[in-house]
Ligand binder design. Structure first.
Ligand code: NAD
Ligand code: UDP
Length: 320
């Protein structure tokens, strides 16, 4: 039987790559995006007979009535600005998308008896006091700061998932995604890997915030998407929150040096003020994903960066 899948945030980094993967697997894909941080060029050239794009907001109630949506059996709810640059520029939209928009998508899943994967985030742990972070850690999030609109909205999005699972048995699964990258991140996305690689390739200063001792754990896009697809597939994951991330942790200053070395760049590494509430450490415990999904990442940072650098080089050649 034909698999009809809805992807919200389809013109974004993860959504557009996921659409390509699912189309290659033979699915019919319906995509929604309001093009706030995503780009229409990301979904150019997808097969028109099996890909339907709707430029609209996930908060729109029309989604619950339109037959393009009321016939989908799987929903990947990825819509939401993800880069601090974007989610802080439109904080109220960030909140609405992850709360009202998430409730809307859950309602659609309930009515369709569809499966739904919600893309939550490692930011649900805030600036963690438990390290590394298992799913059972309840987090250390500041409500009174520039990251709150994203962190708290994602946490409330998870609450909606919990309520739809417990009250209506909706087949919902929550992915807490840790920093994911590839050259699919727009050059001007503002997240650290796209910024450092583009800066290094252009010979511009590599801008480290703070002294660079803060850490992140970087997961290559193919690994993250495999995790999301397994979540969708496995019934054992219904009603579960699962970390999807690479457990190898790097200080940001080490990332800057690694990018500089791998690009053979003459860029200087410069230091700038650390943004408010920037988490000091972040590393996932992934035992739950291993046990429940049989998932673990297998692309190392060096391998992922090599691919990323090569692709950005090609992109810059076409569009300097
Ligand atoms: P992205 O910004 O590249 O893509 C998000 C897409 O959602 C964009 O195309 C944007 O235009 C669209 N969008 C935003 N608000 C919308 C709305 N109200 N209605 C319709 N479309 C809307 O981000 P991404 O990196 O692809 O992230 C996808 C999802 O994964 C997000 O929910 C994000 O919070 C989550 N996530 C990503 C990462 C990561 O490292 N990439 C980490 C944790 C969580
Ligand atoms: N960062 C940096 N320079 C940049 C962009 C980001 O040093 O040009 C740092 C940022 O302060 C944070 C880390 O890199 O400590 C990851 O930032 P990103 O915005 O990619 O993701 P998040 O903070 O949401 O994990």
């Amino acid at each position: 039987m034909e698999r009809k899948v809805l992807i919200t945030g389809v013109a974004g980094f993860l959504g557009s790559q996921l659409a390509r993967d699912l189309l290659a697997e033979g699915c019919v894909v319906v995509g929604i995006d309001n093009l706030s941080s995503g780009k229409i060029t990301n979904i150019k050239g997808l097969p028109e007979d099996r890909f339907i794009f709707k430029e609209m907001d996930v908060c729109s109630r029309k989604i619950l009535e339109d037959s393009d949506f009321t016939t989908v059996g799987e929903i990947y709810h990825l819509a939401s600005a993800a880069s601090p640059k974007y989610y802080q520029a439109s904080p109220f939209d960030t909140i609405n998308t992850n709360t009202i928009g998430t409730k809307n998508m859950l309602e659609l899943a309930k009515r369709n008896q569809a499966k739904i994967v919600y893309s939550s985030t490692s930011e649900a742990y805030g600036d963690p006091e438990v390290h590394p972070q298992p799913e059972t850690y309840k987090g250390n999030v500041n409500t009174w700061g520039p990251r709150a609109c994203y962190d708290e909205a994602k946490r409330l999005g998870e609450v909606f998932c919990y309520l739809y699972f417990t009250q209506y048995q909706t087949k919902v699964k929550v992915a807490r995604i840790f920093n994911t990258y590839s050259a699919g991140l727009a050059n001007d996305d503002g997240r650290v890997i796209s910024s450092f690689v583009i800066q290094a390739l252009k010979g511009e200063d590599i801008t480290v915030y703070g002294n660079g001792t803060q850490t992140r754990s970087f997961c290559y896009v193919t690994d993250t998407l495999n995790g999301l697809k397994l979540l969708m597939k496995k019934d054992e994951a219904n009603g579960e929150i699962i970390n999807i991330g690479n457990p190898i942790e790097y200080p940001i200053i080490d990332l800057a040096h690694l990018v500089k070395t791998l690009t053979n760049s003459k860029s200087n590494i410069t230091f700038h003020p650390l943004p408010e509430d920037d988490p000091k450490v972040r590393r996932p415990v992934i035992e739950k994903a291993q046990n429940l999904l049989g998932w673990m990442p297998n692309v190392t940072l060096e391998e992922g960066l090599q691919m990323t650098i090569q692709e950005y080089k090609n992109k810059l050649k076409d569009n300097p």
